[in-house]
Design a protein around this ligand. Structure first.
Ligand SMILES: [Zn+2]
Length: 375
């Protein structure tokens, strides 16, 4: 390494001449002042304060100067670079401020504009209809009861007087659940509930009569999904157990429910039927809420809602079978009860002219949106 050249005069180094430094500095300051955008300023910064800028190159020359010349040249270059950096920072701040002001104006949101271009969400009509039915019964003093969707066979079948040979227990209708280790062909004893009736059994076991409960919930049957069937659907069942209840109480309760749901004057009729868990049992129809029966025998005024039948089949009902009461520890000599159940999907179909059950389960908002925010 050679010793510094004593005769080396910094004044002779072109890049370190005071006028060169001043020129580089004033060029840089002019460019900073002329930069009219943050992008332009970035270029100015690279050109006048970057590694290859005249002042940076001059700074590098200082190292080669003899010690006595270093201080003066260093001070001159340092002051020039400091002035340029200060100007850059000030201009940067100014341009950022201008940009922010501009963005505030350009991207301002007019909160007074109509907001209806944002589509409001809608609750599923099955939920709102289920809640509306619950409200009708809660107003009459019923309480809402819930239970598990995976049930033991005893709750789902046996307690409801559905013996081991009952066709409803066959593999065709029921989802059987594998639970833990079991031999091939052996039942776990657990099923996905095929109706909400197990909740009625649980209610009777949990509470002492008098008992008034409504049980809404999902139920499962091994059906294919098509226009009129779905393997998962919603039921509402009601159960009343008290002293001296009769079919007249059941009929009055049903008449009140359909009048609340479909309008004053809509009433029901009962047709004899058979269910294992009720005795006597009946199929319940309500008078068509659209034509009120006027379409029957009048081909000029057909009714789509009831197919001009005048009546709409709604569900099954009856007096609770004394064997069911006994299974639940209720004395059938002292108490009697009535029960009623129907599918909410089916009620939604004729209440709102929904023609395909698949629309209810596919989750397309175009289906739920017309129902709006009905509560
Ligand atoms: Zn009708």
């Amino acid at each position: 390494m050679s010793a510094p050249n004593k005769s080396y005069d910094p004044v002779e180094v072109e890049a370190l001449k005071p006028e060169e430094i001043d020129r580089a500095k004033s060029e840089a300051l002019d460019a900073v002042a002329a930069a009219d955008s943050l992008e332009a300023l970035r270029e100015v910064k690279a050109a006048h304060a970057g590694d290859r800028s005249p002042l940076a190159l001059a700074n590098r020359e200082i190292g080669a100067l003899p010690p006595h010349a270093k201080a003066e040249a260093g001070k001159r270059v340092g002051q020039a670079r400091g002035a340029v950096n200060k100007a850059l920072a000030a201009r940067q701040e100014q341009l950022e401020h201008e940009r922010d002001e501009r963005v505030l104006v350009e991207e301002a949101v007019d909160v007074t504009l109509p907001y209806d271009r944002v589509t409001p969400g809608a609750r599923h009509p099955l939920t709102t209809l289920s809640e509306r039915i619950e409200d009708i019964f809660v107003a009459m003093g019923y309480e809402v009861a819930e239970g598990p969707e995976a049930e033991t066979e005893w709750f789902n079948f046996d307690a409801l007087n559905l013996g081991p040979d009952h066709p409803a227990r066959s593999m065709q209708d029921t989802f059987f659940v594998e639970a833990g280790k079991q031999a091939a062909g052996e039942d776990s004893g657990v099923v996905l509930r095929t109706h909400t009736s197990p909740v009625q059994i649980r209610s009777m076991l949990d509470r002492e009569p008098p008992l008034y409960v409504i049980c809404p919930g999902r139920v499962f049957r091994s059906d294919e999904l098509d226009a009129t069937h779905t393997p998962v659907f919603n039921q509402v069942e009601l159960l009343a157990v008290d002293e001296g209840l009769t079919m007249a109480d059941l009929k009055g309760t049903l008449d009140h429910m359909v009048a609340e749901l479909f309008g004053e004057g809509v009433h029901t009729r009962l047709r004899p039927n058979y269910f294992p868990f009720t005795e006597p049992s009946a199929e319940m129809d309500m008078v068509c809420y659209k034509c009120r029966g006027a379409s029957v025998g009048d081909p000029d005024n057909p009714c789509r809602t009831c197919s001009s039948e005048g009546w709409i089949e709604l569900g099954g009902c009856g007096m609770v079978n004394p064997r069911v009461l006994t299974a639940c520890g209720v004395d059938p000599q002292k108490y009697s009860g009535f029960a009623f159940g129907f599918g909410i999907e089916r009620m939604l179909m004729f209440r709102h002219n929904v023609e395909d059950m698949r629309d209810m389960v596919e989750g397309d908002v175009r289906f739920t949106r017309p129902f709006g925010m009905e509560i």
